[in-house]
Each structure stands twice: as C-alpha cells, then as structure tokens.
Design a protein around this ligand. Structure first.
Ligand code: NZQ
Ligand code: ZN
Length: 386
C-alpha cells in the first residue's frame, strides 16, 4: 500500500427530516446565496423544507443552473455575490448545482483576469466561500468531495478542478428526495457511482486489500439495490443504501493508498461536451471498450471483480476478466442505459479524432494507471464505442 494523507472535513447529516437541522450548521449571521437548478425543488417540497429551516436567515435565491453547469450562468451568480456582499453558498440540487456552487465559491475570490482560467490553467486557489449542500440526486459524490466539473457551451468544453478549500462544510443527505427523480436520473446515479468505484479499483493488484473490499462492497450494494430503487423509489431502505453508496464511491476514501485510473471519465466528459450526452451514459459507452483496450494491464483486477462482484467462479484469469467486462456492460443495459455512441447521436463520425486532438492539445498524452493510453489509443477506444 502506498503512503497517503487523507482528510475529509465535510459533516454529513444523513436521514429523513434532516433538512430541518440545517440551521444548526450554518452560521446565524451568514448572508446566503441559495443555488438551485431548473425548479424540481419547487415541485417536490424540498424548496419548502429548506426555506422553512432557514426562515431567520438573510437569503438571496439564484435558480436556473442547468445540468452540466454552464460557466456563463455561474458568472452571473458571482456578480450577485460581489454586488450584495454575500458570504455563504447553499447548493440545493444534484451534482450540477453543487459543482456550480464550488466554482462560484472559488471564482468570487479569484483575483486573475478570467475565472475560466481556473479550469483552463488549473491554477491553485488561495481562498473560497464556505458551502453547504442539500443533495437531491445521489450520483456524483460532489456533496463530500473537493472537485467540480464545469461546461462552456460556447467552446464545447467541459473541464474539472479540485482544491481542498472546496469541500462542503456540511451536506444534508435525505434519501427520501429520490422519490421525485425521473427513472433516467436514478439510472444515471447508479451508473455514475458504479463507475466512480471502478475508476478507483480497476487497475492492478496493489496490496490494498481493504480498499478492494470497500470498492467491491459498494459495487455489490449498488447491484443489490438497483432494481429496488428503479422500480420503487419510495423504498426508503433501498434509497438510503443507494445514497450512501454514491457518497462513499467518491469521497476519496476508497482511493487512498492505491492506484486509480480516471480515463473513462476523461473521455466521457468530451462526449458530453461535444454531444450533450448525460454524464453517466458517456461512462457506460466508454468503459467496456476502455477495459478491452487496457485488458492486459487490468486483467487481474477484472478477474477479481468478476469473481467477487458477479460470482464468476469458472475459467482462467483471462476468461473471468472478459466476463467482468461483459457483466459490466449488461449491468448498464439492465438499467436502461444504451452503451453505444450511435444510440445517442447520428453525428459521431469525427468524434474520435476530435477527442484525440483535444487531448494532444492539452498535453494529456498518457491516461491510465501507467500513463500509457495515448491520444491515438483514445481515438481507437472511441471508434470502437461507436
Ligand atoms: O435542475 P432541476 O430542475 O433540479 O432537475 C434536475 C436535473 O434536470 C433533476 N433532479 C435533481 N434532483 C431531483 C431532480 N428531479 C426530480 N427530483 C429530484 N430530487 O435531475 C437532473 C440532473 O441533475 P444534475 O445535477 O445535472 O445530475 P447529476 O447529479 O448527475 O450531476 C451531473 C454533473 O455532475 C458532474 C457531471 O459531469 C455533471 O456535470 N460530476 C461531478 C463530479 C464531482 N463533483 O465529483 C464527479 C462526477 O464524475 C461528475 O463528473
Ligand atoms: Zn462521474
């Protein structure tokens, strides 16, 4: 196991009714910008619960953050915070709203010329506003991690950023919020958290026995509850396990001391940037072909995963590893998620070349745990995913 330093300062309030306790966590004199998305919170009662919990606070609302949060929209919120001298951000939403909050928290304090440079140049930040979140969609883990992903539609870019200053101070995880989620978003949440776990697991055996078991536990639990949450989103027990799996899949605990490979996400973000495909679905398109391409490097972990998560008992390491990929693709399909690029767009012809070119321009010349997946390999993987 490799050495590691790990600190996760986010406080979690978990369970039904916990939104009411927000006022115990946010400083009484905070001047809050409350962010939300397209309005689902007004229809499902979450808005009401939050505003009742915070009725004695000074709050300005900013709604309309789109899925794959848009830079131009977020910059409007930055202007409001500066004009009104607000000092606290409350994000009520899924990954898009929470990621938007983190970008705004950093951009308000950013002293450079254009806040997009944070992402384009990956500049280190020295300060950020404090953030609280009320999670409405289990998927990304953003509620307990320090990173965000922002899109800029004008240039068809989607880039990520992280800083220890961006962990939310507190996040409320009430599993009953999933009752109003469309099936598509529940399926996305299962697939995204499944892939977060795999990205931190599917490398090579690295002596992290406990980390492997953590990851396999999350994968097995997601598999176990997937039908229940999809068919019965009012099943609280299933919802609670789903939500906690999503948070633990990407609060960086399972990654400590072991290698990881975020290649599927790196390529997936480009499919969202170029074609607007839901984040989780881009992962389901790329992952099977990515694992086939990196088969030799990953086959021992693929076989272990096939054995422990899918119960594949027979065959050689190679045979089991191949079954691991097949089972993964079938799992995504069982969630109603198509696994080919052409299932989502007819305009895929130049996609592989465009992504390879972008990676070359950004100097992303070696993805993977061994940094050996070149832009040319990426082109092959995307072509096979068509
Ligand atoms: O906008 P509203 O009206 O709220 O509707 C949203 C949106 O349309 C809806 N929704 C959310 N909660 C709901 C609900 N509808 C009914 N009831 C509820 N309780 O769901 C739709 C999707 O929401 P969104 O926040 O976009 O989804 P998700 O949580 O999947 O977030 C996706 C974004 O997170 C990024 C992705 O790239 C993408 O931009 N990610 C962030 C990560 C991180 N910070 O660590 C890691 C991930 O890998 C991912 O990249
Ligand atoms: Zn993801």
């Amino acid at each position: 196991m490799k050495n590691f330093n790990y600190k996760n300062p986010t406080k979690i309030l978990f369970g039904e009714g916990e939104i009411a306790n927000l006022s115990n966590e946010i400083p009484k004199n905070a001047k809050i910008l409350m962010l939300y998305g397209g309005g689902s919170i007004k229809r499902n009662g979450i808005y009401k619960q939050v505003t009742e919990a915070l009725q004695n606070y000074d709050i300005i609302e900013f709604g309309g953050i789109p899925t794959n949060p848009e830079y131009e929209v977020l910059m409007e919120a930055v202007t409001i915070i500066k004009e009104k001298r607000l000092d606290y951000i409350l994000a009520v939403g899924g990954g898009s709203v929470i990621d938007g909050a983190k970008f705004i928290a950093a951009a308000v304090k950013y002293e450079g010329k254009e806040a997009w440079d944070l992402l384009a140049k990956r500049e280190e930040i020295k300060a950020a506003l404090p953030i609280a979140t009320v999670l409405t969609l289990p998927a990304t883990g953003s509620e307990m991690n320090p990173r965000f992903v922002i899109s800029r539609r004008a240039t068809k870019e989607k880039l990520s950023f992280a800083s220890p200053l961006l962990f939310p101070e507190v996040s409320v995880l009430d599993p009953s919020v999933i009752q109003s989620l469309p099936t598509r978003q529940i399926a996305n949440g299962i697939a995204d958290s499944f892939m977060h776990t795999l990205e931190q697991y599917m490398t090579y055996p690295a002596g992290g026995f406990l980390q492997d078991r953590f990851a396999e536990g999350i994968l097995q639990t997601l598999k176990e509850i997937s039908t229940r949450v999809l068919q019965h989103p009012t099943d609280y027990e299933a919802a609670a396990n789903f939500m906690w799996c999503c948070t633990l899949a990407l609060n960086d605990l399972i990654a400590q001391g072991v290698p990881s490979d975020w290649g599927v996400h790196a390529i997936g973000h480009e499919l969202t940037a170029l074609h607007g495909i839901d984040h989780a679905r881009t992962l389901a398109i790329i992952a099977p072909r990515y694992y086939e391409h990196c088969f030799e490097d990953k086959k021992e972990k693929l076989a272990q995963y096939a054995e422990r998560v899918w119960g594949v008992a027979d065959g050689t390491v190679t045979e089991k590893a191949k079954q691991g990929i097949v089972k993964t693709e079938e799992f995504f399909q069982s969630l109603g998620i198509a696994t080919k690029l052409s299932d989502y767009t007819n305009d895929y012809e130049r996609t592989a070349e465009a992504i390879a070119q972008r990676f070359t321009e950004r100097n992303w010349l070696g993805l993977g745990e061994h940094k050996t997946v070149t832009p040319e390999d990426v082109m092959r993987i995307v072509k096979k995913s068509q």
